[in-house]
Design a protein around this ligand. Structure first.
Ligand code: CMC
Length: 429
């Protein structure tokens, strides 16, 4: 039975339809509100606003549930890999064997960047931010593949599989080239015989005279990290991608904007901030106790803790926390930052401040420690998040582009500036 909400405004009653999602989420449909009443809704930070209907990812923040296209993250983390999950996220179904082979082939064919594109790296300063470079290079893909980025939705959708393969495959090549440029090292070309994560590690760490062969644990850990980041419904960067896509902009422009949104320390930049925080705590000779007090007083923020949606343990953090222990054990590493992180977690999970506010570790709390063990430098952490999130951004771009009834995203505001006044010429001011 369909439900309605009743709203009384200026003593007049208005009926608003209720939308129920497939997992029982409830929303009041306010699309006719302004036309019917003259009012808009106000929701700074969008904590109560559903910006779209989506079929990609489901999160139940209260129960700590995350599913890609209906599949629990725990099952995918155990049995799937990044490329298979990327296919699932973008296409809605797990690939059959021939589909998987075809997708891997497409990624392989599109792994190298055009030579003229690689000259751009010469123009960036060596110490330039990898996120700035990544966003610029992804945006520039529209210059090198103009037929995939026409800003004509029908044409861009016809070429979707090719454009998606270019974005997923080249984001990893661009990331590795950015790292090598920063270190003043020669670029290493992708290899056709290597799987996605292994190929990335090859482009990062091989030399012209030496092939880097990663330990299987390292390639597996990287695969897991990418898979766990692959989508996360309407977060800041994905909403940005959808916002840009809503104007009719092509895939490359939209994902380049996603990279910029991800950059900030409250979003993808948190993984770097966590390591910097742990290093600072160590340098201060603190076991975490002092830092927890500072976080409670508002002086500092416990990075890698808290989430807008999760009011329970982030399921990704549970998986990464366990993987972190395993990887370090298998590699025979003993990272003192892991001990500090564990102490911080234990202290926070037993402290009323964090319990009352439902602040638990999020995906970024342990991911940096694994990335450090893999050999990824801290300044590349947020780039790794971007590589992982690419399938989710692409799937959300496709949802927008495929919706014939979709409208440009254009929120309203409550204006609080000066009221109408008359212009005064400069000599009279
Ligand atoms: N440390 C200490 N206090 C915190 C923290 C934290 N990490 N996070 C939230 N709080 C407090 C906050 O001060 C506020 O307290 P009060 O009610 O007394 O004013 C309360 O908890 C609610 O916080 P909020 O800032 O209103 O929550 P939000 O939903 O706007 O922000 C967040 C969510 C993730 C931005 C925030 O928790 C945060 O800044 N965490 C640290 C950064 C971080 O780890 N970000 C990565 C998020 S997961 C990866 C991703 O998807 O981007």
């Amino acid at each position: 039975m369909s439900k309605n909400a009743r709203l009384i405004l200026d003593e007049k009653e208005h009926t608003l339809p209720v939308i129920i999602g497939t997992e029982g989420e409830k929303a009041i449909d306010v699309r006719s509100l302004r036309a019917d009443t003259g009012y808009i809704t106000f929701d700074d930070g969008y904590g109560n606003t559903g910006s779209c209907e989506s079929e990609v990812t489901f999160i139940d923040g209260e129960k700590g549930i995350l599913r890609y296209r209906g599949y629990p993250i725990e099952e995918l983390a155990e049995h799937s890999d990044f490329i298979e999950s990327a296919y699932l996220i973008m296409n809605g179904e797990l690939p059959t064997r021939p589909q998987r082979l075809a997708f891997s082939g497409l990624l392989r064919e599109n792994s190298a960047v055009p030579v003229s594109m690689s000259y751009h790296f010469e123009g960036f300063p060596n110490e330039g931010s990898p996120m700035a470079i990544l966003s610029a290079m992804l945006s520039s893909l529209a210059c090198y593949f103009p037929s995939l980025a026409t800003n004509n939705r029908e044409k861009d959708l016809e070429n979707f599989n090719h454009a998606a393969a270019v974005a997923i495959s080249k984001v990893r090549t661009i990331a590795a080239m950015t790292y090598r440029m920063g270190k003043g090292l020669p670029f290493i070309y992708p290899r056709r015989d290597l799987a996605y994560a292994d190929n990335f590690l090859h482009m990062m760490f091989s030399e012209p005279y030496y092939d880097h062969v990663p330990q299987p644990e390292i390639a597996r850990a990287l695969n897991l990290i990418l898979l766990l980041h692959a989508d996360h419904e309407q977060n800041c960067s994905t909403s940005t991608v959808r916002m840009v896509a809503s104007s009719g902009a092509n895939l490359f422009a939209s994902v380049a904007a996603g990279v910029c949104a991800l950059w900030g320390p409250l979003h993808g930049g948190a993984n770097m901030a966590v390591i910097k925080m742990l290093e600072q705590i160590r340098a201060d000779g603190d076991d975490g106790t002092k830092f927890i007090e500072q976080a409670k007083s508002g002086e500092r923020r416990l990075m890698g803790f808290g989430h807008r949606v999760y009011k329970n343990y982030d399921p990704r953090a549970k998986i990464i926390g366990k993987a972190c222990d395993n990887v370090l054990k298998k590699l025979g590493l003993n990272d003192p930052l892991l001990d500090i992180a564990k102490k911080l977690e234990e202290a926070a999970l037993n402290d009323d401040y964090f319990l009352e506010r439902k602040l638990y570790p999020n995906v970024d709390f342990y991911s940096g420690i694994i990335m450090k063990a893999i050999g990824i430098p801290v300044e590349m952490f947020t780039v790794m998040f971007a590589i992982g999130r690419m399938p989710g951004w692409i799937a959300n771009w496709k949802e927008i582009a495929s919706n014939p009834k979709g409208r440009i995203s254009r929120p309203r505001q409550v204006y609080q500036g000066p009221v109408s006044r008359s212009y005064v010429p400069v000599e009279k001011r």
